[in-house]
Ligand binder design. Structure first.
Ligand code: IPM
Ligand code: MG
Length: 370
């Protein structure tokens, strides 16, 4: 076989796998208001992960104390999603860890380090795919400026689904981007449902359909199809380049409400949005599927902070915001609201270095407000 034939053969296998994935996409939604017990898996992750998770777990135990005592909520610690164990097992999510995770309903997860280069996939990407967490939901708000954005990022396909499985030929490399009808329809529905249920009247579709004509073209077309089912909501579309500019344009940025987009654009623009809000340490992130959901900080594991001895100064705000989203997802709206209010009113400032409070101080002050 020539190298070209080998490349074509691996392309064929990839396409077959992707077609098979479409067939597996329908799942039934869990209704948490009707579930007797909810199991929350707690996964530390790497770097500052265990440190911020400690703070988040203290808050969770306080907020849910009665239901934990009554056995209605089960908090389950899951070990082994560490970079050391993943490298030792040569698996982005070791088999036994994934099995434990699948016994839970929802997960609160600290950041996990992604090995650079090599072949190993990011644990996040693996979990999103294995648990079919198709909606990455990231809110950003700056009340003083009237900014209240909600990003619906497609989370299981696009540039990510085959991101570790590109093809190399002499002198060149090819990666693949995959957009499916079903995958687009479900993220579009999630975005429009959110808008409808939260009194929003505008959804903006963000792509680069002028260049990615097939994939982003399909994404745009299907979002418009879904939009037709929500006549009370206005819809507009934008290219990602101008949208990144819009977010730093004070004249118009507070007019955007809900934004829906393919995976990679969502990855990039939500970091930008979080930075506008005050830093990537300040935003929470939810990965939602029909069966499972995973809530995490938007930032990484910050190994540099540990190297510099600054672990105690890691900011737990992002994971705590994710925790509030988790509470809302499992229909514990009152607890979610308590946490959100406390986060909004806590005046203790964590700067990530010795000039600010430690994560533990912040959490202690926050818990006084619960
Ligand atoms: C995010 C992160 C991840 C992503 C990484 C850690 C794989 O940047 O959640 O935005 O690219 O999606
Ligand atoms: Mg990112």
């Amino acid at each position: 076989m020539t190298e070209l034939e080998r490349a074509c053969e691996s392309f064929r296998i990839l396409m077959e796998e992707q077609q098979a994935r479409i067939a597996k996409m329908q799942a039934e939604k869990v209704d948490f208001s009707k579930k007797d017990t909810v199991t929350i898996g707690l996964v530390d992750g790497d770097g500052i992960g265990p440190l911020i998770m400690n703070q988040a777990v203290k808050v969770l135990e306080t907020l849910l104390a009665d239901e934990i005592a009554a056995g209605k909520i089960i908090l389950k610690r899951i070990e082994g999603l560490t970079i050391e164990n993943r490298l030792a097992k040569n698996q982005p999510v070791p088999t036994e860890v994934l099995a434990e995770i699948k016994t839970c309903d929802v997960l609160l997860k600290g950041p996990t380090t992604t090995p650079m280069g090599g072949k190993m996939e990011s644990a996040n990407v693996t979990l999103r795919r294995e648990l079919d967490l198709y909606a990455n939901v990231r809110p950003v708000s700056i009340p003083g400026e009237g900014i209240d954005w909600m990003f619906y990022r497609e989370n299981t396909e696009g540039e990510y689904v085959l991101g570790s499985r590109g093809v190399e030929l002499p002198g060149m490399a090819v990666d693949f981007k995959v957009t499916t009808d079903a995958g687009t329809r479900r993220i579009a529905r999630a975005a429009f449902d959110y808008a409808r249920q939260n009194g929003k009247n505008r959804v903006s579709i963000v792509t680069k359909a002028n260049i990615m004509k097939k994939t982003d073209g399909k994404f745009t077309a299907i979002c418009h199809e879904v939009a037709a089912e929500y006549p009370e909501i206005s819809v507009d579309d934008w290219y990602i380049d101008i949208m990144t500019a819009n977010l730093v344009n004070p004249a118009i940025r507070n007019q955007f409400q809900v934004m829906v987009m393919p995976n990679l654009y969502g990855d990039i623009i939500t970091d930008e949005a979080a930075q506008i809000q005050g830093g990537v340490g300040t935003a929470g992130s939810a990965n939602i599927g029909d069966r499972y959901a995973m809530f995490e900080a938007i930032h990484g594991s910050a190994p540099r902070m540990l190297e510099e001895g600054l672990g105690d100064y890691a900011n737990p705000s992002s994971i705590l915001k994710a925790e509030a989203m988790l509470l809302r997802h499992i229909c514990r709206g009152a607890a979610a609201e308590k946490l959100e209010n406390a986060l909004e009113n806590c005046k203790t400032v964590v700067t990530g270095d010795r000039s600010g409070a430690t994560g533990a101080q912040f959490t202690e002050d926050l818990m006084m407000l619960l």
